[in-house]
Design a protein around this ligand. Structure first.
Ligand code: NAG
Ligand code: NAG
Ligand code: NAG
Ligand code: NAG
Ligand code: NAG
Ligand code: NAG
Ligand code: NAG
Length: 292
Protein backbone atom coordinates (compact mmCIF):
# COMPACT_ATOMS: atom_id res chain seq x y z
CA UNK A 1 0.00 0.00 0.00
CA UNK A 2 1.38 3.38 -0.96
CA UNK A 3 1.21 5.95 1.78
CA UNK A 4 -0.58 9.16 0.93
CA UNK A 5 1.83 11.98 1.44
CA UNK A 6 0.32 14.92 3.23
CA UNK A 7 2.68 17.83 3.04
CA UNK A 8 2.14 20.62 5.51
CA UNK A 9 5.00 23.05 5.66
CA UNK A 10 5.42 23.97 9.30
CA UNK A 11 8.64 25.89 9.35
CA UNK A 12 11.24 26.72 6.79
CA UNK A 13 14.63 28.24 7.17
CA UNK A 14 17.86 27.81 5.31
CA UNK A 15 18.85 24.57 6.85
CA UNK A 16 15.66 22.87 7.83
CA UNK A 17 12.26 21.97 6.63
CA UNK A 18 10.02 20.15 9.06
CA UNK A 19 6.90 18.80 7.49
CA UNK A 20 4.24 16.29 8.20
CA UNK A 21 4.91 13.26 6.08
CA UNK A 22 2.02 11.04 6.91
CA UNK A 23 -0.05 9.53 9.64
CA UNK A 24 0.24 6.62 11.97
CA UNK A 25 -2.21 3.87 11.50
CA UNK A 26 -4.74 3.95 14.34
CA UNK A 27 -3.28 2.21 17.39
CA UNK A 28 -3.80 -1.42 16.61
CA UNK A 29 -2.37 -4.56 18.08
CA UNK A 30 -1.65 -7.57 15.95
CA UNK A 31 -1.36 -11.19 16.85
CA UNK A 32 -0.91 -12.92 13.53
CA UNK A 33 1.98 -15.11 14.59
CA UNK A 34 4.46 -13.25 12.40
CA UNK A 35 6.85 -12.54 15.28
CA UNK A 36 8.35 -14.99 17.71
CA UNK A 37 10.28 -13.69 20.74
CA UNK A 38 12.07 -16.25 22.94
CA UNK A 39 10.22 -18.97 21.07
CA UNK A 40 6.72 -17.61 21.71
CA UNK A 41 4.35 -15.59 19.53
CA UNK A 42 4.10 -12.05 20.87
CA UNK A 43 1.60 -9.28 20.35
CA UNK A 44 2.74 -6.49 18.08
CA UNK A 45 1.80 -2.86 18.06
CA UNK A 46 2.06 -1.35 14.59
CA UNK A 47 3.44 2.19 15.02
CA UNK A 48 3.58 3.17 11.36
CA UNK A 49 3.15 1.58 7.97
CA UNK A 50 3.71 2.49 4.36
CA UNK A 51 7.28 3.70 4.90
CA UNK A 52 9.82 2.64 2.28
CA UNK A 53 12.53 0.62 4.06
CA UNK A 54 12.89 2.38 7.44
CA UNK A 55 16.53 2.05 8.44
CA UNK A 56 18.61 3.30 11.37
CA UNK A 57 15.99 3.49 14.11
CA UNK A 58 17.05 5.61 17.11
CA UNK A 59 14.73 6.09 20.08
CA UNK A 60 14.80 9.35 22.06
CA UNK A 61 13.23 8.42 25.39
CA UNK A 62 12.56 11.89 26.87
CA UNK A 63 9.86 12.68 24.32
CA UNK A 64 9.27 9.12 23.04
CA UNK A 65 10.32 10.01 19.52
CA UNK A 66 11.62 7.44 17.11
CA UNK A 67 14.06 8.78 14.51
CA UNK A 68 14.76 6.82 11.35
CA UNK A 69 15.84 7.13 7.76
CA UNK A 70 13.96 5.81 4.76
CA UNK A 71 14.33 5.41 1.02
CA UNK A 72 13.18 8.42 -0.97
CA UNK A 73 12.88 6.81 -4.35
CA UNK A 74 11.48 3.42 -4.99
CA UNK A 75 14.09 2.39 -7.51
CA UNK A 76 17.15 4.16 -6.13
CA UNK A 77 19.04 2.31 -3.45
CA UNK A 78 20.91 5.28 -2.08
CA UNK A 79 18.63 8.29 -1.76
CA UNK A 80 17.65 8.68 1.85
CA UNK A 81 15.82 11.14 4.09
CA UNK A 82 15.31 11.42 7.84
CA UNK A 83 12.08 11.52 9.78
CA UNK A 84 10.66 10.80 13.20
CA UNK A 85 7.44 9.62 14.65
CA UNK A 86 6.05 10.52 18.04
CA UNK A 87 5.28 7.12 19.49
CA UNK A 88 3.01 8.53 22.23
CA UNK A 89 0.80 11.46 21.46
CA UNK A 90 0.60 12.49 17.90
CA UNK A 91 -0.42 10.71 14.78
CA UNK A 92 2.14 12.51 12.69
CA UNK A 93 5.34 11.55 11.00
CA UNK A 94 7.67 14.52 10.68
CA UNK A 95 10.49 14.92 8.22
CA UNK A 96 13.85 16.19 9.42
CA UNK A 97 15.41 18.37 6.73
CA UNK A 98 18.78 19.92 6.26
CA UNK A 99 20.78 16.70 5.95
CA UNK A 100 21.65 15.72 2.41
CA UNK A 101 21.07 12.00 1.93
CA UNK A 102 20.34 11.70 5.66
CA UNK A 103 20.94 8.11 6.60
CA UNK A 104 22.65 7.49 9.95
CA UNK A 105 21.16 8.29 13.39
CA UNK A 106 22.36 8.14 17.01
CA UNK A 107 20.87 9.34 20.30
CA UNK A 108 22.60 10.83 23.37
CA UNK A 109 19.88 10.61 26.06
CA UNK A 110 21.88 12.31 28.81
CA UNK A 111 22.97 15.15 26.52
CA UNK A 112 19.43 15.42 25.10
CA UNK A 113 20.75 15.39 21.55
CA UNK A 114 20.27 13.40 18.36
CA UNK A 115 23.03 13.01 15.77
CA UNK A 116 22.54 12.49 12.05
CA UNK A 117 24.91 11.49 9.29
CA UNK A 118 24.44 12.12 5.60
CA UNK A 119 26.52 12.15 2.46
CA UNK A 120 28.01 15.57 3.31
CA UNK A 121 28.49 15.66 7.04
CA UNK A 122 27.58 14.93 10.65
CA UNK A 123 24.83 17.01 12.28
CA UNK A 124 23.48 17.66 15.77
CA UNK A 125 19.83 18.16 16.60
CA UNK A 126 18.06 19.15 19.85
CA UNK A 127 14.69 17.45 19.81
CA UNK A 128 13.41 19.57 22.70
CA UNK A 129 14.84 22.94 21.67
CA UNK A 130 12.93 25.83 20.12
CA UNK A 131 15.25 25.92 17.17
CA UNK A 132 14.13 23.27 14.74
CA UNK A 133 17.38 23.31 12.76
CA UNK A 134 20.12 20.76 12.55
CA UNK A 135 23.66 22.01 13.12
CA UNK A 136 26.57 20.69 11.10
CA UNK A 137 29.36 19.53 13.40
CA UNK A 138 31.63 17.66 10.95
CA UNK A 139 31.66 18.83 7.31
CA UNK A 140 32.68 16.92 4.17
CA UNK A 141 32.22 13.40 5.41
CA UNK A 142 30.03 10.68 3.95
CA UNK A 143 28.58 8.70 6.84
CA UNK A 144 27.61 5.06 6.59
CA UNK A 145 26.61 4.31 10.21
CA UNK A 146 26.77 5.86 13.68
CA UNK A 147 26.86 4.88 17.33
CA UNK A 148 26.73 6.93 20.51
CA UNK A 149 28.28 5.46 23.68
CA UNK A 150 30.89 6.18 26.37
CA UNK A 151 30.03 9.90 25.92
CA UNK A 152 31.48 9.66 22.41
CA UNK A 153 29.97 9.78 18.93
CA UNK A 154 31.37 7.07 16.66
CA UNK A 155 30.83 7.08 12.91
CA UNK A 156 31.85 4.90 9.98
CA UNK A 157 32.72 6.61 6.72
CA UNK A 158 31.61 5.59 3.24
CA UNK A 159 33.04 4.15 1.00
CA UNK A 160 36.20 3.44 3.04
CA UNK A 161 34.27 1.93 6.00
CA UNK A 162 36.70 3.33 8.56
CA UNK A 163 35.75 4.10 12.18
CA UNK A 164 36.10 7.63 13.60
CA UNK A 165 35.21 9.08 16.99
CA UNK A 166 34.33 12.57 18.16
CA UNK A 167 34.08 13.96 21.68
CA UNK A 168 30.82 15.82 21.13
CA UNK A 169 30.95 17.34 24.62
CA UNK A 170 33.99 19.45 23.79
CA UNK A 171 33.30 22.09 21.12
CA UNK A 172 36.98 22.24 20.23
CA UNK A 173 37.42 18.50 19.74
CA UNK A 174 38.23 17.17 16.28
CA UNK A 175 37.20 13.80 14.87
CA UNK A 176 39.85 11.11 15.29
CA UNK A 177 40.36 7.86 13.47
CA UNK A 178 39.96 4.91 15.89
CA UNK A 179 43.34 3.36 15.17
CA UNK A 180 42.70 0.15 17.12
CA UNK A 181 39.98 -0.78 14.62
CA UNK A 182 42.04 -1.32 11.48
CA UNK A 183 39.28 -3.29 9.76
CA UNK A 184 36.85 -1.99 7.20
CA UNK A 185 33.64 -2.35 9.14
CA UNK A 186 29.89 -2.08 8.60
CA UNK A 187 28.73 -1.61 12.20
CA UNK A 188 30.18 -0.69 15.58
CA UNK A 189 28.80 -0.82 19.14
CA UNK A 190 29.92 -0.81 22.78
CA UNK A 191 28.06 -2.85 25.37
CA UNK A 192 27.50 -2.04 29.04
CA UNK A 193 30.92 -3.42 30.00
CA UNK A 194 32.59 -1.45 27.20
CA UNK A 195 33.30 -4.54 25.16
CA UNK A 196 33.46 -3.48 21.53
CA UNK A 197 31.56 -5.19 18.71
CA UNK A 198 32.39 -4.75 15.06
CA UNK A 199 30.84 -6.34 12.01
CA UNK A 200 32.29 -6.85 8.56
CA UNK A 201 31.54 -9.22 5.69
CA UNK A 202 32.78 -12.18 7.76
CA UNK A 203 30.37 -11.46 10.62
CA UNK A 204 30.41 -10.25 14.24
CA UNK A 205 33.59 -9.80 16.28
CA UNK A 206 33.80 -8.89 19.95
CA UNK A 207 36.83 -7.11 21.39
CA UNK A 208 36.75 -7.32 25.17
CA UNK A 209 37.40 -4.15 27.16
CA UNK A 210 41.14 -3.68 27.56
CA UNK A 211 42.14 -6.34 25.00
CA UNK A 212 42.85 -6.36 21.30
CA UNK A 213 41.74 -9.90 20.42
CA UNK A 214 38.89 -10.40 17.98
CA UNK A 215 36.44 -13.08 19.09
CA UNK A 216 34.39 -14.28 16.15
CA UNK A 217 30.73 -15.25 16.70
CA UNK A 218 29.48 -18.03 14.49
CA UNK A 219 26.16 -17.70 12.69
CA UNK A 220 24.54 -14.91 10.74
CA UNK A 221 26.92 -12.58 8.88
CA UNK A 222 24.62 -9.98 7.30
CA UNK A 223 23.16 -7.24 9.49
CA UNK A 224 21.10 -4.18 8.71
CA UNK A 225 21.17 -2.79 12.25
CA UNK A 226 22.91 -3.05 15.61
CA UNK A 227 21.32 -1.68 18.80
CA UNK A 228 22.11 -1.79 22.52
CA UNK A 229 19.22 -2.48 24.88
CA UNK A 230 18.60 -0.66 28.19
CA UNK A 231 20.62 -3.28 30.06
CA UNK A 232 23.65 -2.75 27.86
CA UNK A 233 23.37 -5.88 25.72
CA UNK A 234 24.14 -5.53 22.00
CA UNK A 235 21.52 -6.87 19.57
CA UNK A 236 22.10 -7.58 15.89
CA UNK A 237 19.33 -7.39 13.30
CA UNK A 238 20.02 -10.03 10.68
CA UNK A 239 17.90 -10.52 7.59
CA UNK A 240 15.17 -12.47 9.37
CA UNK A 241 16.03 -12.40 13.05
CA UNK A 242 17.37 -10.54 16.06
CA UNK A 243 20.55 -12.02 17.56
CA UNK A 244 22.67 -11.63 20.68
CA UNK A 245 26.28 -12.79 21.12
CA UNK A 246 26.46 -15.51 23.75
CA UNK A 247 29.37 -17.56 25.08
CA UNK A 248 28.85 -21.17 25.96
CA UNK A 249 32.26 -22.24 27.27
CA UNK A 250 34.54 -21.71 24.26
CA UNK A 251 31.62 -21.74 21.85
CA UNK A 252 30.95 -18.21 20.62
CA UNK A 253 27.66 -18.18 18.77
CA UNK A 254 24.93 -15.74 17.82
CA UNK A 255 21.63 -16.75 19.37
CA UNK A 256 18.37 -15.79 17.71
CA UNK A 257 16.02 -14.27 20.32
CA UNK A 258 13.34 -13.12 17.88
CA UNK A 259 12.34 -14.29 14.47
CA UNK A 260 11.17 -11.41 12.26
CA UNK A 261 11.12 -11.45 8.47
CA UNK A 262 12.82 -8.76 6.35
CA UNK A 263 14.33 -6.70 9.15
CA UNK A 264 15.64 -3.21 8.40
CA UNK A 265 15.94 -1.46 11.77
CA UNK A 266 16.07 -2.06 15.52
CA UNK A 267 15.71 0.05 18.69
CA UNK A 268 14.55 -0.23 22.31
CA UNK A 269 12.04 2.02 24.05
CA UNK A 270 12.33 3.18 27.68
CA UNK A 271 10.67 -0.01 28.92
CA UNK A 272 13.22 -2.01 26.94
CA UNK A 273 10.56 -3.26 24.53
CA UNK A 274 11.88 -4.03 21.06
CA UNK A 275 10.93 -1.72 18.20
CA UNK A 276 11.77 -3.08 14.77
CA UNK A 277 11.28 -2.07 11.16
CA UNK A 278 10.72 -4.34 8.22
CA UNK A 279 10.62 -3.12 4.62
CA UNK A 280 7.44 -1.07 5.10
CA UNK A 281 6.39 -1.00 8.78
CA UNK A 282 7.62 0.09 12.21
CA UNK A 283 6.38 -2.23 14.94
CA UNK A 284 6.78 -2.60 18.69
CA UNK A 285 6.90 -6.09 20.17
CA UNK A 286 4.71 -6.03 23.27
CA UNK A 287 5.53 -8.10 26.35
CA UNK A 288 2.21 -9.97 26.00
CA UNK A 289 2.22 -13.43 24.52
CA UNK A 290 -0.48 -14.10 21.93
CA UNK A 291 -3.54 -15.83 23.29
CA UNK A 292 -2.97 -14.48 26.81
C1 NAG B 1 15.90 8.43 29.44
O1 NAG B 1 17.22 7.96 29.55
C2 NAG B 1 18.02 8.66 30.48
C3 NAG B 1 19.43 8.16 30.36
O2 NAG B 1 19.49 6.77 30.23
C4 NAG B 1 17.45 8.44 31.86
O3 NAG B 1 18.21 9.15 32.81
C5 NAG B 1 16.01 8.96 31.87
O4 NAG B 1 15.42 8.67 33.11
C6 NAG B 1 15.19 8.31 30.76
N1 NAG B 1 13.91 8.97 30.68
C7 NAG B 1 12.77 8.32 30.49
C8 NAG B 1 11.52 9.16 30.39
O5 NAG B 1 12.72 7.11 30.41
C1 NAG C 1 1.24 13.87 25.74
O1 NAG C 1 0.15 14.75 25.87
C2 NAG C 1 -0.17 15.05 27.22
C3 NAG C 1 -1.46 15.86 27.23
O2 NAG C 1 -1.51 16.72 26.15
C4 NAG C 1 0.99 15.80 27.86
O3 NAG C 1 0.71 16.10 29.20
C5 NAG C 1 2.23 14.91 27.79
O4 NAG C 1 3.34 15.60 28.27
C6 NAG C 1 2.49 14.46 26.36
N1 NAG C 1 3.55 13.48 26.37
C7 NAG C 1 4.58 13.53 25.56
C8 NAG C 1 5.53 12.43 25.69
O5 NAG C 1 4.73 14.42 24.73
C1 NAG D 1 12.01 28.13 24.29
O1 NAG D 1 11.58 29.47 24.23
C2 NAG D 1 10.94 29.91 25.43
C3 NAG D 1 10.40 31.31 25.19
O2 NAG D 1 11.22 32.05 24.35
C4 NAG D 1 11.96 29.86 26.57
O3 NAG D 1 11.34 30.27 27.78
C5 NAG D 1 12.45 28.42 26.73
O4 NAG D 1 13.45 28.34 27.71
C6 NAG D 1 13.02 27.90 25.41
N1 NAG D 1 13.32 26.49 25.54
C7 NAG D 1 14.45 25.94 25.12
C8 NAG D 1 14.60 24.47 25.34
O5 NAG D 1 15.33 26.60 24.57
C1 NAG E 1 37.09 -1.34 31.11
O1 NAG E 1 38.36 -1.76 31.56
C2 NAG E 1 38.98 -0.83 32.41
C3 NAG E 1 40.42 -1.27 32.66
O2 NAG E 1 40.61 -2.61 32.33
C4 NAG E 1 38.18 -0.73 33.70
O3 NAG E 1 38.79 0.21 34.56
C5 NAG E 1 36.79 -0.25 33.35
O4 NAG E 1 35.97 -0.23 34.50
C6 NAG E 1 36.14 -1.13 32.30
N1 NAG E 1 34.91 -0.48 31.85
C7 NAG E 1 33.71 -0.97 32.10
C8 NAG E 1 32.56 -0.12 31.64
O5 NAG E 1 33.51 -2.04 32.62
C1 NAG F 1 35.70 5.52 27.15
O1 NAG F 1 36.08 6.87 27.39
C2 NAG F 1 37.24 6.99 28.18
C3 NAG F 1 37.43 8.46 28.48
O2 NAG F 1 37.38 9.22 27.29
C4 NAG F 1 38.43 6.39 27.45
O3 NAG F 1 39.59 6.48 28.22
C5 NAG F 1 38.13 4.92 27.15
O4 NAG F 1 39.16 4.39 26.37
C6 NAG F 1 36.81 4.80 26.40
N1 NAG F 1 36.47 3.39 26.27
C7 NAG F 1 36.33 2.80 25.09
C8 NAG F 1 35.96 1.37 25.13
O5 NAG F 1 36.50 3.38 24.04
C1 NAG G 1 36.76 -9.08 9.25
O1 NAG G 1 37.55 -8.81 10.40
C2 NAG G 1 38.26 -9.95 10.87
C3 NAG G 1 38.95 -9.55 12.18
O2 NAG G 1 39.90 -8.58 11.99
C4 NAG G 1 39.23 -10.42 9.82
O3 NAG G 1 39.90 -11.58 10.27
C5 NAG G 1 38.46 -10.73 8.54
O4 NAG G 1 39.36 -11.06 7.51
C6 NAG G 1 37.66 -9.53 8.12
N1 NAG G 1 36.83 -9.87 6.96
C7 NAG G 1 36.90 -9.21 5.81
C8 NAG G 1 36.00 -9.68 4.71
O5 NAG G 1 37.66 -8.27 5.65
C1 NAG H 1 27.99 -24.31 19.61
O1 NAG H 1 26.69 -23.74 19.78
C2 NAG H 1 25.79 -23.99 18.69
C3 NAG H 1 24.52 -23.23 18.94
O2 NAG H 1 24.04 -23.41 20.23
C4 NAG H 1 25.57 -25.49 18.57
O3 NAG H 1 24.74 -25.75 17.47
C5 NAG H 1 26.93 -26.18 18.36
O4 NAG H 1 26.75 -27.56 18.34
C6 NAG H 1 27.91 -25.81 19.46
N1 NAG H 1 29.24 -26.35 19.16
C7 NAG H 1 30.03 -26.89 20.07
C8 NAG H 1 31.35 -27.36 19.59
O5 NAG H 1 29.69 -27.00 21.25
Amino acid sequence: MVRKIIIVILSINFVTVLRVLGKHVPAKNRCDGSVELHGKHHKQHVLAKGIDRPYQLAYYNHTHKLFYSYNLEEKAEDTFALAYLDTWNSSKIMEVGGVRNGFATAVDEDGRAVYFGGSEGVYKYHPEGNDTGVKEIVPHVNVWDMFYGNRTLYYITYPRQKLYKLNVHDDKAEPERVASVHEEIYQFALDGAHDMYITNRTGVYRVRNGTDDRIHYRGETMFRAVAVDRKGEVHFAGRHGIFVARDDKQNHTLHEIAHVRNLFGLAFDEKNDIIYADYHEIVKILPNICGK
